[in-house]
Design a protein around this ligand. Structure first.
Ligand SMILES: Nc1ncnc2c1ncn2[C@@H]1O[C@H](COP(=O)(O)OP(=O)(O)O)[C@@H](O)[C@H]1O
Ligand SMILES: [Mg+2]
Length: 391
């Protein structure tokens, strides 16, 4: 034995957990506490320290609509097993009656219609997205405040014992599952707290943080309001089975701007990669981004409203332009804002770009989005200008 007295640093995380942390922060804006909790749970799991006979983690996400609760679950699956669809999602409002519960657990043998019911929560369903080196499942119970009593009992069993008994008495093991639950309980009270801050509450808090003014009071208040609402609605029995309750923060202007960058980058990926697509590059000017943000800002629906604005003002017009043969593969299309008309304009700036040039331009933009640069449209402008001169 070699005696020593080396002080250790328990705040350090392993490489794997750190990687998850970075990937989640690249995808999810403004919900660092929630991201941190998932990373903690994953780290505990990797270290083999999760409680035996329970799911890997039982997490309740509270907070307003459109702030990333569902997206965070998908992003976790994407980061860990490479597929955002690896989440088994149960919309609690859809399982009110016993015949609907049968969709989850199957019906007893001999029961009328037994053959047709494939239990949504079977072991096979849980295991289907396991990958080499990571045998973890992701189960999401959405809007649990709408769950019926029988669904509720089923959920309590999963949270506590990590097992579920199917209609035909087979057992499903949830000890390798991360259980996420969401509810927008408390969202109304939260927005009442925020009303005086009119949509920039989160950026206010972030600014104060960055400036070193330790002012977490608003955040603390928001969390407290959310958790109190949950305590009022849910039984202690349920609350005690949770590893963590996280209150999602309403998104401020800064956050929406970053999400716009992420969404436009995702749209560009779709344009390039979708099977049968017409691959072209779009450049979105600062003015056009400003327009989308104005159109897409809404306290009540968070980033959902922003996504709708993008669909309406960018995706639909682009689809029309492709269908009417005005945009071709290899084009560079600039999207700008016409202030007089109050609408976006679409202009072809270049054509016949080879794949590698398109890839390069898109890469530049992605790097800038990741670095949270304010004006990711710039490379397009300089590129288009440079190209024009060469011709
Ligand atoms: N914090 C966020 N970071 C990144 N994207 C977000 C965030 N919040 C919402 N979004 C975007 O808005 C969409 C809707 O958000 P969602 O996660 O479904 O909201 P909810 O909190 O109601 O579950 C997501 O698919 C994502 O594209
Ligand atoms: Mg949701």
């Amino acid at each position: 034995m070699v005696r020593m007295n080396k002080r250790l640093d328990p705040s350090q995380t392993g490489h794997e957990a750190q990687k998850l942390h970075t990937e989640l922060l690249n995808r999810i804006v403004g919900q660092d506490e929630a991201v941190g909790q998932i990373v903690n749970i994953y780290q505990t799991y990797l270290a083999g320290m999760s409680s035996p006979g329970r799911p890997i983690g039982n997490l309740l996400f509270l907070g307003p609509t459109g702030t990333g609760k569902t997206r965070l679950v998908e992003a976790t699956a994407e980061a860990l097993v490479g597929d955002p669809r690896a989440v088994i999602k149960i919309d609690c409002s859809e399982f009110q009656h016993s015949h609907e519960i049968a969709k989850l657990i199957g019906s007893p043998p001999g029961y009328l219609g037994h053959r047709e019911t494939h239990a949504l929560l079977s072991q096979e369903a849980l295991n289907q997205y396991h990958v080499d080196g990571l045998r973890v499942s992701f189960v999401l119970f959405d809007e649990i405040e709408k769950a019926s009593d029988s669904l509720w009992n089923l959920l309590l069993g999963i949270l506590d014992k990590a097992t579920l008994t199917l209609g035909d008495n087979r057992r499903v093991d949830f000890s390798q599952a991360l259980i996420f639950m969401t509810s927008n309980l408390g969202a109304n009270e939260m927005s009442a707290l925020l009303r005086p801050h009119l949509g920039f509450a989160t950026s206010e808090v972030d600014r104060a943080r960055a400036a070193g003014e330790v002012d977490d009071t608003l955040n603390d208040k928001l969390s407290r309001v959310g958790i109190e609402a949950a305590r009022r609605k849910f039984t202690p029995e349920f609350m005690n089975r949770l590893d963590k309750v996280v209150v999602f923060r309403p998104l401020g202007a800064d956050q929406l701007q970053r999400i716009l960058g992420l969404e436009l980058a995702a749209l560009q990926r779709r344009i390039i990669r979708a099977p049968g697509s017409v691959p072209f590059v779009m450049g979105v000017t600062e003015a056009a981004r400003g327009f989308l943000l104005r159109e897409g800002t809404d306290l009540k629906y968070g980033a959902r409203h922003l996504k709708r604005a993008i669909e309406r003002s960018v995706v639909h017009p682009l689809s029309n332009l492709i269908a009417s043969d005005q945009i071709h593969a290899g084009d560079l299309v600039s999207i700008d804002f016409d202030a007089a008309a109050g609408e976006l304009t679409f202009t072809r700036k270049a054509e016949e770009m080879p794949g590698y040039e398109m890839a390069e331009m898109i890469e530049t933009v992605n790097v800038m989005v990741a670095a949270n640069a304010a004006t990711p449209e710039l490379p397009f402008r300089s590129y288009a200008a440079g190209r024009g001169q060469r011709r």
